[in-house]
Design a protein around this ligand. Structure first.
Ligand code: AMP
Length: 209
């Protein structure tokens, strides 16, 4: 069976956490464009160009996003499916993905209020490998250190207040339009529940092709 999933929801809705759990359960890759961008060589021109947008919480231009995504989706581990996290971010990207011949089976929409998003993002701490913790919940065992890989935890530039505001604005102006675009595939999930309950709702909602 094949499972090609998109995770929708504002930044801080728990998309990344849930995508990681789904990737383990179904043994398919979790593809986050944000993580792909952060993993680019920090001295490369491409990374420097992309970072300008990321630090302000603005969207990276669609052509760059799609180029990097296409490369990733071409790898053999995507043959049995994949979970897209943070992409598409607007209808243009959704159309470009369709043009690539990529089919989508389910679109999970994780619903979380702006207030909750702001609280979660401003308390979020990550390590350089993309593991996510919080100063509120879930805290790492040792303050400032990743439980998984022992790397230091830090606050992303785009989790700072001005960038959070910008990201929410873009979400409401652009990303939320994807709910209409994918209307027949959407599975709505309440993201303001404990992580395990959100996960169970997603698993129960998935439609297998
Ligand atoms: P994320 O880790 O998904 O929150 O993404 C972090 C930042 O990377 C975003 O605020 C954007 O600047 C950029 N980004 C990630 N994915 C996309 C995308 N699909 N389109 C445009 N920009 C993106």
């Amino acid at each position: 069976m094949i499972m090609r999933l998109i995770m929708l929801g504002p930044a801080g809705s728990g998309k990344g956490t849930q995508a990681e759990m789904l990737a383990k359960k179904y043994n398919i890759p979790h593809i986050s464009t944000g993580d792909l961008f952060r993993a680019l060589d920090s001295n490369s021109d491409l990374r420097k160009e992309i970072k300008k947008y990321m630090d302000k919480g603005e969207l990276v231009p669609d052509d760059l996003v799609i180029k990097i995504l296409k490369e990733r989706l071409g790898k053999p581990d995507c043959e049995k499916g994949f979970i897209l996290d943070g992409v598409p971010r607007n209808v243009t990207q959704a159309e470009l993905i369709k043009k690539m011949g990529v089919e989508i089976d389910n679109v999970i929409n994780i619903e979380v209020s702006d207030e909750e998003v702001t609280k979660r993002l401003s308390s979020r701490r990550v390590c350089k490998n993309g593991h996510i913790f919080s100063t509120i919940y879930p805290k790492p065992k040792k303050e400032g250190v990743c439980d998984v890989c022992g790397e230091p935890l830090f606050q992303r530039d785009d989790d700072k207040p001005e960038a959070i505001k910008e990201r929410l604005k873009i979400y409401h102006e652009q990303t939320s339009k994807l709910l209409e675009y994918y209307q027949n595939l959407i599975i709505p999930v309440n993201g303001e529940q404990p992580i395990e309950e959100v996960f169970n709702d997603i698993v129960d909602g998935l439609k297998w092709m």
